[in-house]
Design a protein around this ligand. Sequence first.
Ligand SMILES: *Cc1c(COP(=O)(O)O)cnc(C)c1O
Length: 453
Amino acid sequence: MTDPRRRLPAVDALLAEPEVAALAAAGPRSLVVRAVRDTIDAARANGGSAPPEGWSAAIRSRVRRLAAPSLGPVINATGVVLHTNLGRAPLAQPALAALARVGATYSNLEYDLLRGGRGSRHGLCRDLLVELTGAEDAVVVNNAAGAVLVALSALARGGEAIVSRGELVEIGGAFRIPDIMARSGATLVEVGTTNRTHLKDYEGAITPASKLLLKVHQSNFQVTGFTAQVSAQEIAALGRGRGVASLYDLGSGLLLDLAPWGLAGEPTVPQALASGMDAVAFSGDKLLGGPQAGILLGSRAAIEACRNNPLARAVRADKLTLAALEATLVLYRDPVRARLEIPVLRMLTEDVTEIRRRGEALQKDVGAAAELVEGESEVGGGSFPEAKLPTWLVRVTPDPRHLSPDTLSARLRASDPPIIARIGDDRVLLDPRTIFPDQVETVARAVRSALDV
Ligand SMILES: *Cc1c(COP(=O)(O)O)cnc(C)c1O
């Protein structure tokens, strides 16, 4: 028997089909050629049978998919506020405006307008960070992992860096403290145990080769039970007394105290600085609610060393990051404005009755398949790992004879824009906390059409 795969049409033959030829003539031709090739490859992988909808239709829909941007907006109905897979922090309006303002034209990124000559991109957010946090100095790089790498290299390269065994953590995306340490050129010295580390452990580990005491915030997990940790304050004091630098990898950059909204336990940036650590590193797109960025704050000497480290150039922030970060930071001059205008903070502190109102509107609009039930949202992004924020969920139960929850949730992902839901107890759950008010109608329409069998 002949292999059916040998009967697949040739690229040129398909391009000569009238419908495909018309597509190619309308262009771009390279895109249509690629769609033809990909469609043939897919048929080959599928055992060699022609696409069920016919070659021309399959090619046309592939052209449409290939022409769409691969990165696009989605609606986050999961209730996880800092969802790393969904791009972490949505930006505030002023940050979006800054992106457009700076991106569309030339900018004074590295140009000193007063002197009329070369300037430094590092000055841009520095003064604001100093003003808002009271730190002596600041530098912004591409992300927090980069900030930690730069700081380790600047403060501990060629020497030993001492870390508690309870803090040798892995952050999402395979960022592990021991690995980053190795790349920075510092030698890791582990002290204490997984659950308990004492000040005397650090004291006993300091040798003439010691250059740094590192504290890593246990962002994405909690150790409970028989535990002991040394505070940032004690570590900073020990370092100062023994002439060893100190670095605090804070993870999330919480600038405001959210304890009044039930979010306690995460150290704020001002608290971390007040501990006396020489340098503090954190993310721009976690609890700070800005663009992806890594921020280092601390003493003049420590930050100067970071700024002058060659790795700082390798992981430098680009102009769009700096523009969006500056516009986000400006909002923090008025904490009330920051809380209401920075989407992450607004979603984390939103009144539950407001969430319920949005849930009711969504539930009514979806109809009989939906009900409103109490539930919990998550902070996400490796912040407040144990915190459960009370919320109201729209629970959608598809007719089991026609539609499984998995299929319903796949249909929602396939809608435009895609809607990402949670599944729990064999139902599809939509959390209005992370659904923006102007998205409610879109979500309702998509759910109705996805339920249609
Ligand atoms: C998230 C996190 C990082 C990495 O931050 P990115 O901005 O994603 O690079 C580093 N350290 C800690 C403790 C974190 O929580």
